[in-house]
Ligand binder design. Structure first.
Ligand code: UD1
Length: 433
């Protein structure tokens, strides 16, 4: 049964929230974990749908997955007996294509269904394939599958034409077990690239320079067991930071690496929010309506595209005219029509959203178009006057662990109820008052 969120807006979020492990780091790390025949233990795993789907795909190729708890898993890749990831897995979670790099590195062959476009736009993977070819793999696309194989992978010098998180991770995975030295130039620098590299190094890989635009990898013969804890999720943290500011609240966000949040913190400070950094926490407070700004999404350390809908929602409530330019994905403004239904004043021209701040939003029945946009609409609902229902929350659950529980603990009034359950709506309204 499909669920929706029902939210009564208007509360200032207050208190403390603990951020879960980084989904996008975990996706790369789980794929990397199959590259040894020894048992790997991973913790601080976020308990979200994308992770559970990837674990099912990993089991599907024969690896042994032992879930020790909601945030801990043991993986053993010695039992792998199948090198094919079908379209079903890829459709549910694009990042299962990391198994292409991982299987190619370990077994010199892999077959993975070609991912299509997605909710935020067309998403080519030419740079991944260019990297595999440079490492000496043959790559054919036939019958909807990417088929890669080689006698032996050999290190190479690869210059990425676009800065791609996915291609950087996928090439890094394969290159770890290639013979000789690989250099990836124009590499992505996101915190999760560094985390995947650290994880691989803890398994005996030899990767240097992750976090800069030049990653150097000396191939090793084999990888071994490790125990590893995933970094906190930068985007989940950013979403709570924006939610605190949008509701004129005061929230201490724990289990973060403040340095990973700088692009977000700086923008919040610029528009008038209070941001205080601690060793592994950040506090965001706002006691007045914030101001306008210009934002352009860029690869790390620029402003993350995964925070674009959330910050645009905050700017929709701020004073004056702001612009938000999306330079990574072409179709990431689908939430704008939903926000307009709540009273926001946003015009999209090409890849620029022009936002005329409004004093208040009002609740409406809206639908989450994708993961981050869905989270942004929840932020809008928390700040809005009255009741909002957000459906298609399956997108939000791909990447936010216990979203409603964490928000309710900060003073929000929201619940997950079945779609079309009018009685549940009435019950919630009665209770919320
Ligand atoms: C990752 C994140 C996603 C985030 C995005 C950008 C994961 C699982 N997902 O996605 O949440 O929004 O980074 O920070 O980590 N491109 C090509 N050819 C390629 C690969 C990418 O042209 O072979 C283009 C894309 O169309 C896009 C840009 O490069 O315009 C960046 O994409 P990329 O960094 O690869 O994003 P993902 O890894 O898919």
């Amino acid at each position: 049964m499909e669920n929706q969120y029902i939210i009564k807006g208007g509360a200032c979020l207050q208190g403390e929230v603990t951020i879960s492990g980084a989904k996008n780091a975990a996706l790369g790390i789980l794929a990397a974990a199959i590259m040894t025949d020894e048992t790997v233990m991973i913790d601080n795993l976020p308990n979200v749908r994308d992770i559970n789907v990837l674990l099912t795909a990993i089991e599907g190729i024969g690896a042994t997955v032992n879930r020790l708890g909601p945030h801990e898993v043991e993986i053993n890749g010695s039992t792998i007996n199948n090198m094919t990831i079908d379209y079903d897995s890829i459709k549910k979670i694009r990042a299962s294509y990391y198994l292409l790099g991982a299987l190619l590195g370990k077994y010199s062959r892999a077959q993975v269904a070609l991912p299509g476009g997605c909710d935020i736009g067309s998403r080519p993977i030419d740079q991944h394939l260019k990297g595999f070819r440079a490492l000496g793999a043959t790559v054919n696309i036939e019958y909807g599958m990417i088929n890669t194989y080689t006698d032996a992978l050999t290190g190479s010098h690869i210059f990425l034409d676009v800065v791609s998180v996915g291609a950087t991770i996928n090439i890094m995975l394969a290159a770890c077990l290639a013979e000789g030295k690989t250099v990836i130039e124009n590499a992505a620098k996101e915190p999760h690239i560094v985390d995947v590299a650290n994880f691989l190094n803890s398994m005996g890989a030899n990767i240097k320079g992750a976090g800069t635009d030049k990653i150097r990898i000396n191939g090793v013969e084999r990888l071994h067991a490790t125990e590893y804890s995933i970094i906190p999720d930068q985007i989940e943290a950013g979403t709570f930071m924006v939610a605190a500011a949008a509701t004129k609240g005061d929230v201490l966000i724990r289990n973060v690496i403040p340095q990973h949040l700088e692009a977000i913190s700086n923008k919040l400070i610029e528009i008038g929010a209070e941001v205080e950094e601690f060793d592994d926490a950040v506090r965001v407070a706002a006691d007045h309506r914030l101001s306008h700004t210009q934002i352009k999404t860029l690869p790390h350390p620029g402003f993350p595209t995964d925070m674009q809908p959330q910050i645009a929602t905050l700017l929709a409530l701020s004073q004056g005219t702001s612009t938000v330019t999306e330079s990574i994905f072409e179709n990431r403004f689908k939430y704008v029509d939903e926000l307009a239904r709540m009273g926001a004043n946003i015009k999209v021209e090409g890849n620029v959203a022009i936002i005329e701040g409004t004093e208040g939003l009002t609740g409406a029945a809206i639908s989450a178009p994708d993961l981050r946009a869905g989270a942004a609409l929840v932020v809008a609902a928390l700040a809005a006057d009255g009741y909002t229902t957000v459906d298609s929350i399956k997108y939000i659950e791909r990447g936010y662990e216990c979203f409603e529980k964490k928000l309710n603990a900060l003073g929000a009034t929201m619940e997950k109820i079945p779609v079309d359950d009018e009685r549940a709506v009435q019950k919630f309204k009665l209770k919320a008052g």
